[in-house]
Design a protein around this ligand. Structure first.
Ligand code: ADP
Ligand code: ZN
Ligand code: ZN
Length: 763
């Protein structure tokens, strides 16, 4: 009798599987696909996943090595998940071992058992609530005169319902002793029942503001009916259509302006799915996972909601993954990588803000979580909802071709009126530090009415260029083709691409002149200018610099919700998912940035960003106003967007893509290479191009090599080769054979190279 050959995905950057024999002849029970095994690999060993069991091998069976150990007694990955992973590896041209093992939670990669770690949570007791209420100013007074940390921990429990140890640890580094004291005094207690979600809690300000707006209950444990608004007619139609499709594969594009009640629709359909004993997977953008969103899900759904994102500890990730896999979780809310979590009973897939760039991984395994979710829904026979206020051109095109069903929520829910968009012509207008007179007046009015404003500028730091006015010298990064950005807070010049930094000199290094000028403006400069222009204005900054510290983002959000801030100046962080009911003015300081981008998607992205930012205005009972500062008020794209709306804009943009033969009317792949020597990238890509031309494919052409838009980055030269195919199928037929040839090229060993299928950024 011959032994079974185990085909194993091993964590290695090699585009193939490796064959092994079971640990011993006659091994029982049989090894099945989806089980982890430890195998000898090179001179060490590795933990891989069995992806197939065969009778023979392409290698002489007598020469196969034996696995060292079978780790699982049951398959860790079910056939559906294995199938998805294999598909993803093939479609995105990424090594199977890296795909299968790289998408597992770290503890599973290390061989741990798939088990849910119990995480202890704490709640305030009735006595704790009284003691807290009697404490004026909350911190360091009354009963907590000498125990301010205890007061803070207790406040956190009262704001968030039950609170995980991780959240307590995030609140204060020395949390264990004050917590023990609270428990000893009977003011707080551990709770046994399972958490509604792991990892994040609503903070004081955020939860309080939502409760006022009637969105969530104040603690995470209110019953399912808390704050459940009556659906309007559009929402009802949408919910009906989605409910009717449960149990079959159907892709939907849910196009609803910001605030139109999409999340409400998701919640209603999820309720139904869970009532039928099925699970829902909800994918959200990287930055959109706000405490508010989670609190809302937890408060509204009386079922078990788990979250999966990069901010969790290894144990928390493993728990959430395990609960999804064994079915104890009813709803899994997660960022990109959650698309790979196995589901015991999948019934519904949702991708919220489907146009968002963060669904595409931009390095390593370059997959699109949105597109994989569609594949998954098809395999599972379940509906999928791609929701957005600004659907991607791909989604719109699928609707136009009749492949996806279109659901529309044209109006804001709860009667809020859409914001008015005013294009401000900057030409020959007073303009200082990024702010024109119209904008300053508008901010003053907002302040006078005790409302709030969001100012959006897609650049952090103080000034993006430091220039010598005498000789024209500009401070550049020595390692990248980029200018250094001046940061005022610490007085440093910083490269936003490689992280290099230095202290600027008072004199020009070229000519010695002291006439150094700061050109352009970033968030820091705008915030400072506002503070000095408007007396008593309270300005907060929201960008990567201001929110780097753990908890800092929540702190800013809390201050905005509490009304302690008049104006927030921020980067695209502002555009995502935050609910600010008191905001009535939104300004886009530099609308021109996206009009002249080099990437063919630049205009699409800019339109989406404009509308997403604009969608932050006037969500409450007051109407909002949007100011767009531009030097090109007659730009056709801007005019279409402002006068005719997003739909017309998309139609024009799609027509242009068709004319210029760009996606979604063609299919692209990008091979990127980088090396310390420019010649190395050139010779590899030239060889790659030659391979492609030697295997001519009628519907595929290869363009390049060309230098990348930023040719030098972090000291390396970068170049790329573009594969342009008439269709997905043509591209998918062409790539595997060609990539295999590239792997074998001698010149490939002198560069770092990668393949990006359906690239979202051409840089
Ligand atoms: P979106 O996800 O499209 O931005 P949301 O679902 O968050 O929209 O709804 C926006 C606001 O309107 C929320 O405060 C929500 O509670 C409220 N809302 C949603 N649907 C209704 C409704 N039918 N009636 C009243 N308020 C609603
Ligand atoms: Zn100079
Ligand atoms: Zn640099």
């Amino acid at each position: 009798m011959t032994e079974p050959v185990l085909q194993v995905a091993v964590p290695a950057p090699v585009r193939r599987r490796f064959d092994y024999l079971p640990p011993r002849p006659g091994w029982t029970p049989p090894v099945r696909p989806g089980m982890r095994i430890r195998v000898p690999f090179g001179r060490t060993s590795a933990i891989g996943v069995v992806v197939g069991v065969a009778a023979t091998s392409a290698v002489d069976v007598a020469r196969l090595r034996r696995a060292r150990e079978v780790i699982d007694t049951e398959p860790l990955l079910d056939p559906a998940t294995l199938k998805l992973l294999a598909w993803a590896s093939g479609y995105f041209q990424h090594p199977i071992g890296d795909v299968v093992t790289g998408t597992l939670p770290r503890l599973l990669r290390l061989g741990h058992a798939p088990e849910a770690r119990r995480s202890v949570r704490y709640v305030a007791t009735a006595a704790g609530e009284r003691a807290f209420a009697e404490t004026p100013g909350r911190e360091g007074a009354g009963a907590f005169a000498r125990a301010p940390v205890q007061a803070r921990l207790l406040g956190l429990m009262l704001a968030g319902g039950s609170v995980s140890e991780a959240a307590l640890a995030a609140e204060h580094r020395e949390w264990r002793r004050p917590l023990r004291a609270l428990v000893a005094k009977g003011l707080a207690e551990p709770r046994d029942d399972p958490p509604r979600a792991v990892g994040t809690v609503a903070r004081d300000g955020a939860a309080g503001a939502d409760a006022k707006a009637g969105v969530t209950g104040k603690d995470g444990t209110t019953s399912g009916a808390a704050g459940r608004p009556e659906l309007n007619a559009d929402q009802q139609c949408t919910v009906d259509a989605l409910r009717a499709s449960l149990g079959t594969f159907r892709p939907f594009v849910l196009e609803g302006v910001t605030g139109s009640g999409k999340t409400e629709v998701y919640l209603r359909v999820i309720e139904q799915v869970v009532a039928c004993g099925r699970q829902a997977l909800v994918l959200i953008p990287e930055i959109g996972l706000t405490p508010q969103l989670l609190a809302r899900f937890q408060a509204r759904l009386s079922c078990r909601v788990e979250v999966l994102h990069s901010g969790l500890s290894d144990g928390e990730r493993l728990s959430a993954w395990t609960h999804a896999r064994n079915g104890t979780a009813d709803v899994l809310v997660g960022t990109r990588s959650a698309v790979f979590a196995p589901l015991a009973r999948p019934g519904l897939f949702i991708v919220d803000e489907e146009h968002d760039l963060s669904f595409k991984q931009q390095d390593g395994f370059r997959y699109s979580a949105r597109d994989l979710a569609v594949v998954r829904a098809r395999d599972a026979g379940a509906p999928i909802v791609l929701g957005s206020a600004t659907p991607s051109l791909e989604a719109i095109d699928n609707v136009r071709r009749g492949r996806y069903h279109h659901l529309v929520l044209p109006r804001r829910a709860g009667g809020a009126s859409p914001p008015r968009i005013d294009v401000v012509d900057l030409r020959s207008r007073p303009f200082d530090n990024g702010l024109c007179d119209v904008l300053i007046e508008a901010v003053e009015e907002v302040k006078a009415r005790s409302e709030q404003a969001l100012l959006f500028i897609n650049r952090r730091g103080y000034a993006p260029r430091l220039l010598c006015h005498a000789c024209g010298w500009v401070a550049d990064c020595g390692r990248c083709d980029a200018h250094l950005v001046l940061h005022h807070a610490d007085g440093r010049l910083r490269c936003h691409h490689c992280g290099a930094e230095r202290t600027p000199t008072a004199e020009c290094t070229e000519c010695g002149s002291r006439d150094m000028r700061h050109l352009g403006f970033g968030t820091e400069r705008v915030a400072g200018a506002l503070e000095s222009r408007i007396e008593g204005l309270r300005v907060a900054r929201m960008d990567r610099d201001a929110t780097r510290r753990r908890g800092a983002l929540e702190a800013v959000l809390g201050r905005v919700h509490a009304g302690d801030v008049d104006v927030v100046v921020g980067t695209q962080m502002l555009a995502k998912g935050h609910h600010f009911p008191n905001v009535t003015l939104v300004a886009i300081l530099d609308a021109d940035g996206g009009l002249f981008g080099i990437d063919f998607r630049a205009t699409e992205r800019m339109a989406q960003l404009l509308l997403q930012v604009a969608g932050r205005a006037g969500r409450g009972d007051r109407p909002g106003r949007v100011l767009l500062q531009t030097h090109h008020p007659n730009h056709p794209l801007l005019r279409t967007l402002v006068l005719d709306g997003y739909r017309k804009f998309c139609e024009d943009a799609l027509d242009e893509r068709r004319r210029t033969r760009l996606p979604p009317y063609t299919s692209l792949a990008l091979v990127r290479a980088e090396a310390l020597q420019r010649d190395a990238t050139q010779s590899f890509l030239r060889d790659a191009g030659a391979c492609a031309r030697a295997r001519p494919h009628p519907r595929v052409s290869v363009l390049g090599p060309a230098p990348s838009p930023m040719e030098r980055r972090a000291g390396r030269y970068r170049a790329q080769l573009l594969v342009d195919a008439a269709s997905r199928t043509a591209l998918q037929r062409f790539l595997p054979g060609w990539i295999a040839e590239l792997e074998a090229l001698p010149s490939a060993r002198k560069v770092r190279w990668s393949v990006d299928v359906d690239p979202q950024e051409m840089v």
